[in-house]
Write a protein that binds this ligand. Structure first.
Ligand SMILES: [Zn+2]
Length: 176
């Protein structure tokens, strides 16, 4: 019998998995399928990264693609930041699960990441600038955090959250 995974769809805040901590990913027999499904949703929605929590799954996996041609996707499982620069930089961040809001978020400019690839092989790789921010944004998702949580003051955070309106209509199937 072929291995299969349930059909996945993009979830918007306040969908519960967006505020939950994801667990260790162990199903490397299914990693290609998850990779394919996550990429489909990320590309359809013009995102540069997508974490499992954003499709209702609580595994520590995410995908990203920062290439202009959208043809250099990577799959990251069970990531840990093993070192980070003290210098910070900022990126105007947005999130597919939080449509309509954006904010400048300061994060370490360079990080070294240890993670598993599609085959389960452990890899160490450096990420800088936009890639560094993107990886950190996705790891936050795996821990139930979202980018407005990273704003420096609670006033700034409250201001951003106030602008957010959940597109709940997109989540519901139209009854016939
Ligand atoms: Zn996000």
């Amino acid at each position: 019998m072929p291995l299969d995974i349930p059909e996945l769809s993009l979830k918007y805040y306040p969908y519960p998995s967006l505020r939950q901590k994801a667990c260790l990913f162990e199903r490397f027999d299914l990693s290609e399928k998850y990779f394919e499904e996550l990429l489909k949703i990320m590309y359809t929605n013009q995102g540069i990264g997508l974490a499992a929590n954003q499709v209702g799954l609580l595994f520590r996996i995410f995908v990203m693609d920062l290439s202009e041609a959208r043809n250099e996707p990577i799959f990251i499982a069970n990531p840990t930041i093993i070192s980070q620069s003290t210098d910070l930089h900022s990126v105007e961040e947005g999130c597919l699960s939080l449509p309509g809001i954006q904010a400048k978020i300061y994060r370490p400019k360079k990080i070294t990441l240890r993670y598993q690839d599609l085959t389960g092989t452990w890899i160490e790789k450096d990420f800088s600038e936009l890639a560094s921010s993107c990886v950190q944004h996705e790891i936050d998702h795996l821990n139930g955090l979202m980018f407005p949580d990273r704003l420096k003051t609670s006033q700034e955070s409250t201001k951003i959250w106030k602008k957010y309106k959940a597109p709940s209509i997109l989540e519901k199937k139209i009854p016939h």
